[in-house]
Design a protein around this ligand. Structure first.
Ligand code: HEM
Ligand code: FPP
Length: 321
């Protein structure tokens, strides 16, 4: 396995840049450091946490909380890209990112990530509440340090444990809106936690060569594709009833029950397809379908929860709207 920990990757272009020289980075490079597409779903799940929390949250508080969560999530993405520049430089999917491509120096990415992390936690703590700020700080720490710096390079269970970071945002949102932690916010956490392995391992099955070249011990690299397919199916079998549980438990309505049942059946059918098709182009196509559908599945579940949570708040009805 390549020794990625030695960090002897070629960042010459970035490192030889004179400190007072012209900046090669554009605004879009800094936006890319925030991993905006992945983080958009993270922020959406946080919004659902905010809107489903008990009590009524003032829209300014809700907006402030969401902005801090979005900035904190993006900041953790920048810290991930700072630390992982050596890995990103050798993977075809990631080699054009701003740090390995030399448009942003590692120091700039670190400073950007740290500033936004500290800023988002402080503002959330000062303007919203301490619990949500503590949870946001913990989530950033979990993704940037526990997952990125420790687990990702050391165990094939990296994304199972590290996936907890991606599951926290609805709890952060819930805490921001209500000041507490509720059973429903824990269930939202668990849904994302059990969703992450099928989501990521489907992609890693067809990107296994990339991870092997970079020396990252992802499950298909260490235990092989067949074991990965088995684990995807097992996690999906746990995920589907768990995703329906807000309905069983009376927290969500019939619309959620029907949608989570139908989309859960589709997710399971795709996981079975990945399990059964093992060779050639149809196997790769099945993995791509499962990866793509996993994102649609999580988005749909949270979208229905969002719609069910929408009611006319008193500050609007007070205006006669
Ligand atoms: C440890 C946990 C996770 C891992 C290892 C992981 C890994 C990945 C990877 C490698 C990609 C491909 C990105 C690319 O093409 O550059 C991806 C895409 C994506 N992930 Fe995840 N993911 C995780 C958790 C999450 C979570 C928690 C969410 C949201 C709740 C999420 C949402 C997405 C979305 C929306 C995309 C598609 C982005 C696009 O269109 O490029 N992921 N994920
Ligand atoms: C509020 C807050 C701090 C939220 C953070 C949410 C979070 C942890 C999302 C994880 C998403 C993700 C892209 C993981 C992949 O990391 P990777 O490094 O394995 O993927 P890569 O190879 O694309 O860089």
């Amino acid at each position: 396995m390549t020794d990625v920990a030695s960090r002897d990757y070629d960042l010459t272009a970035a490192e030889e840049r004179p400190l007072d020289g012209p900046s090669y980075a554009s605004v879009s490079d800094y936006v890319a450091l925030l991993k905006p597409r992945v983080m958009s779903l993270v922020v959406f799940t946080a919004l659902v946490g905010i809107l489903r929390a008990p009590g009524e949250v003032h829209p300014v508080i809700a907006f402030t909380a969401l902005l801090c969560i979005a900035i904190g999530a993006g900041a953790s993405g920048a810290l991930n890209m700072w630390w992982d520049a050596d890995i990103d430089a050798v993977m075809s999917r990631t080699k054009r990112r701003p740090v390995p491509a030399g448009r942003v120096t590692p120091g700039e990415a670190l400073a950007f990530g740290m500033t936004l992390s500290v800023g988002s936690v402080l503002v959330l703590g000062l303007l919203v509440n301490v619990l949500s700020a503590a949870l946001l700080a913990f989530t950033i720490f979990f993704y940037a340090v526990i997952y990125t710096m420790w687990l990702k390079r050391s165990t094939p269970q990296n994304i199972v444990i590290g996936g907890a970071a991606g599951a926290f945002p609805p709890m952060v949102g819930w805490a921001a809106a209500s000041g507490g932690i509720g059973l429903e916010s824990v269930i939202l956490f668990l849904i994302i936690f059990f969703w992450t392995p099928p989501h990521f391992w489907a992609l890693s099955l067809y990107k296994a060569d990339d991870y092997a070249r970079a020396g990252v011990p992802m499950l298909p690299v260490v235990s092989g594709p067949d074991e990965t397919r088995r684990q995807i199916l097992l996690y999906t079998l746990l995920l589907v009833p768990l995703a329906m549980s807000p309905w069983f438990l009376g927290m969500a309505g019939l619309a959620y029950g029907v949608v989570s049942g139908v989309t859960g059946a589709m997710m399971l059918a795709l996981a079975v397809k990945v399990y059964r098709l093992r060779e050639g182009a149809p196997a790769i196509k099945a993995c791509k379908q499962l990866f793509g559908f996993s994102i649609l599945y999580l988005f749909t579940l949270f979208a229905v929860l969002l719609v069910e949570a929408l009611h006319v708040p008193s500050w609007l009805s007070g205006l006669g709207i």
